[in-house]
Design a protein around this ligand. Sequence first.
Ligand code: FES
Length: 129
Amino acid sequence: MTEGAFSELVMDHYRRPRNRGPMENADGTGTGGGGECSDTLTIRIRVAGERIVEARFECEGCPPTVACGSIITEMAAGKDLDEAAAIAGESVCDALGIVAAEYRHCGDLAAEALGNAIMDHVVRSIEGR
Ligand code: FES
């Protein structure tokens, strides 16, 4: 894998990831991973009402995985929970210009992590945590 294999936008999000790092007292946490590679990605969300007001990610992975984590936090911020849960991995890849088949699952990883974070928030809300 060479950096030249990726779009400028992927490398921009890889080198200057947005919203990377931990979040204190998150309202929901979800992880994606365990698929066809060893990459893992965790997303934490802050929710006000039914809307995601902030999303942050932590990731151990290749450039497109980091980029997917970065851009999905931007895509999720400001969306209500249903809209955010509907963000598909292919939309994340399309937003970054990831076309290589071997990296399309990086978007799925990010979408899985976000979906799990939203589910975690919903379960917490039901349980009153
Ligand atoms: Fe597997 Fe990116 S190479 S998630």
